[in-house]
Design a protein around this ligand. Structure first.
Ligand code: AMP
Ligand code: MG
Length: 348
């Protein structure tokens, strides 16, 4: 009967066959070792930092394609900045503000932003640019406390209810995507990196962090949340495949007579929101939503933010108030780095 040899490489009868097998085995082991070494080198991190979207950007990718992936991400970010920067007269957003036609992408983000306005009962509002310009938080004006009458006059050109038709905004109205553009950009960059084959990456756009997957070794990423009262990290969270986005009163502000005036405006007063919060962090996969929401929760203040959380619950949040109290939702585990400066409270 004919014997079928299923595995010829382990079928060895003679000494020479055995010697050849040992040689082959050593070669296989050597190749395996080299492969393991290369694949551990392939997980080397590469980080690039640069300025874009008016903030410091940092992108980390891993492996042999890291530099190409980072270069594509940088190009995409510059494209989005050129589209969405209200301060740049050549941007599509400026074109929209002048009543000109713009791409589907820009219109779609503006519509998404308006839907978040609706969802947050107006706390998130992209029509506040005339007020930001008057305060000097954007544009050429020196930051200053405006005259009440000048502020009151802006009521006629602010407020999402005034928008009937995006291609024909009321005279004097001017949209600003500063509260959502970075989160949107982090989503687009995460999509792009994933399409380029990245399984693990960190995209940081100022206070907006998006992590792709876990670290290459399978452990979660640790994201630090800034102490709003100093330059240090207050506490950190361990996360995977999500966005961690913070709005704070320390990101852009001026001080007069010991009072801090910051860049997040309350749509009801057109003044810096006085909600008792100094920072609001949102954790959820959708960075566009997380960005809009962190701005909105900051405006709402703790009680309304908690109500919003209970009614929606599609995210996790961490709020810091002006009494050094930290309030977080049950899905968040915080590691304190503040040496007891903060007290921690769970939102239930
Ligand atoms: P963020 O850092 O994401 O909270 O965004 C703050 C930026 O959003 C400001 O610099 C303004 O450009 C814009 N902004 C200010 N107040 C609001 C608001 N209530 N809703 C939406 N955008 C706002
Ligand atoms: Mg925001």
């Amino acid at each position: 009967m004919r014997k079928t040899v299923l595995f010829p490489f382990i079928h060895k009868n003679t000494d020479s066959e055995r010697r050849a097998w040992h040689k082959k085995r050593s070669l296989i082991l050597l190749l395996l070792f080299m492969f393991m070494l290369l694949s551990s080198c392939a997980q080397q991190a590469e980080t690039e930092q640069f300025f874009c979207m008016d903030t410091l950007i940092s992108i980390t990718c891993y492996g042999s394609d890291a530099s190409t992936q980072i270069a594509s991400a940088k190009e995409e970010l510059e494209r989005l900045d050129a589209l969405l920067d209200a301060e740049d007269p050549a941007s599509e957003l400026s074109a929209l503000n002048r009543g000109e036609d713009v791409s589907e992408e820009t219109l779609s983000l503006v519509n998404t932003a308006l839907s978040y306005s609706e969802k947050t009962d107006g706390a998130f509002d992209i029509t506040l640019r005339p007020a930001s310009l008057l305060w000097g938080f954007s544009g050429e004006n020196e930051p200053h406390i405006p005259d009440e009458s000048d502020l009151a006059a802006l009521r006629a050109v602010t407020g999402r209810d005034q928008i009937q038709n995006l291609s024909d905004l009321p005279e004097g109205m001017s949209l600003d995507l500063g509260g959502i553009a970075k989160g949107y950009a982090s989503d687009r960059l995460a999509d792009l990196l994933r399409d380029c084959g990245a399984q693990s990456a960190v995209i940081s756009l100022g206070g907006n962090v998006r992590v792709l997957g876990t670290k290459p070794d399978g452990t979660p990423y640790t994201v630090g949340i800034r102490d709003p009262f100093s330059d240090s990290v207050a506490f950190s969270v361990d996360v995977a495949d999500t966005s961690v986005i913070t709005s704070g009163n320390y990101q852009r502000f001026f001080e007069e007579n010991g009072v801090r005036y910051h860049h997040i405006l309350d749509p009801e007063t057109l003044c810096p929101a006085k909600s008792g919060l100094v920072s609001a962090t949102v954790i959820c996969e959708n960075g566009t939503y997380a960005d809009a929401l962190s701005t909105a929760l900051f405006v709402m203040g703790r009680e309304k933010a908690e109500t919003y959380y209970r009614n929606n619950g599609d995210f996790e949040m961490i709020l810091i108030d002006d009494q050094n109290r930290v309030f977080s939702t049950p899905g968040v585990t915080l590691t304190d780095h503040s040496d007891g400066v903060f007290t921690y409270h769970e939102i239930s």
